[in-house]
Design a binder for this molecule. Structure first.
Ligand code: IPM
Ligand code: MG
Length: 354
């Protein structure tokens, strides 16, 4: 099965973690009938410095004509906020990637790294955020003036329907028992429409329980009782915020993975951490967020949940033997980015071989 994978290494630690993602893809191609061709699609701050654009047309063409995009991280401290990062928005909007899928799973072996007390962790944390990814405050409708500034929060019925449907289909696929919708329907019109559509659609999924929670209350429940959530669907801005809160619960931001998805079309997979300029080039970044994004690529773009599961198991097995600095343990060897990738690759190899 031939697949073209566009590669955006990006800035800071982006190239280091992407290399480890590619390592995993290569292992899969060595032991299955997948055959990957990698095509570089440079984007971000360094590219902006050279070409005056953070997403050259050639890169976007490569991305558009690929089967999936593996994306590192972009952003440079010497550029104003957004100068590099808006490339992400161009890709999300340009490819209509309306789903932002962000799993927050605490591996048992990392329980001690979770900032919550054990009594709050309870049965464990395994939540998937389904964030609307093209509308809301991110539509870039508004203006920036001196005396005032405005951003329009706009949701269309179609936009709400497609993301909420995705969330229910995802929950069904994962055998989740509950879908939580997070909104601010006590104040925002957009949330009132969202909530109405949420209940219309939930009627088609009688086996799945539903609940609505206001965004402010949700941020508390997420740390008070994270085990009560499974699939959580929400709008763009709220999703941006709560997915960072969630990512902090799994031991390190470096563990967080994501997919920017349009089912059946080219989708983009990226770790949720930024370019981390403070640690760039030191070989200490955690590549697991990227490797788990590759896992999502198999599950969501290539319909290969079994390979996804194998990658997940390989990560979990590797975490018991060695770890990068951000999640290090006294009793285990502290590994570099490359060593962590090698260890996961070797675990994956031994399962795919049989
Ligand atoms: C994210 C990031 C982006 C966002 C930024 C970099 C534009 O925070 O992917 O969550 O706000 O969506
Ligand atoms: Mg964010």
């Amino acid at each position: 099965m031939k697949k073209i994978i566009a590669i955006t290494r990006g800035d800071g630690c982006g190239p280091e973690v992407v290399n480890e993602g590619i390592k995993i893809l290569k292992i899969v191609s060595d032991f299955t009938d997948y055959d990957f061709e990698f095509k570089d699609a440079p984007a971000g701050g360094e590219v902006w410095k050279v070409f005056g654009t953070n997403l050259p047309e050639k890169s976007f063409d490569i991305i558009k004509n690929s089967d999936a995009l593996l994306f590192g991280a972009i952003g440079l401290p010497d550029l104003s906020p957004g100068v590099a990062e808006s490339a992400i928005m161009k890709i999300r909007q340009g490819l209509d990637l309306y789903v932002n899928l962000r799993p927050v799973k605490l591996y048992d072996v990392l329980r001690e790294k979770c900032p919550l007390k054990s009594e709050f962790i309870g049965k464990g944390i395994d939540i998937t955020f389904v964030r609307e990814n093209t509308e809301g405050l991110y539509k870039n409708i508004g203006k920036l003036g001196e005396a005032s500034a405005e951003d329009l929060m706009l949701y269309s019925r179609d936009g709400c329907e497609r993301i909420i449907k995705f969330a229910f289909e995802f929950a069904k696929r994962q055998d989740h028992k509950i879908v939580t919708s997070v909104d601010k329907a006590n104040i925002l019109n957009t949330s009132k429409l969202w909530r109405k559509i949420f209940h219309e659609i939930s009627g088609n999924y009688s086996n799945i329980k539903t609940e609505d929670i206001y965004i402010d209350a949700f941020t508390q429940w997420l740390i008070r009782a994270p085990h009560r959530f499974q699939t959580v669907v929400t709008g763009n801005m709220f999703g941006d915020i709560i997915s960072d809160e969630g990512a902090f619960l799994i031991g390190s931001l470096g563990m967080g993975s994501s997919g920017n998805i349009h089912p059946g079309k080219v989708s983009m997979y990226e770790p949720i951490h930024g370019s981390a300029p403070d640690i760039a080039g030191k070989g200490i970044a955690n590549p697991i967020g990227t490797i788990l994004s590759v896992k999502l690529m198999f599950e969501e773009s290539f319909n290969s949940s079994e390979i996804g599961r194998n990658i997940d198991n390989a990560v979990e097995a590797a975490l018991q033997e060695g770890r990068t600095l951000d999640i290090q343990s006294k009793s285990l060897k502290t590994l570099s980015t490359i060593e962590m990738g090698d260890l996961i690759a070797s675990k994956l190899k031994s399962t795919l071989k049989v």
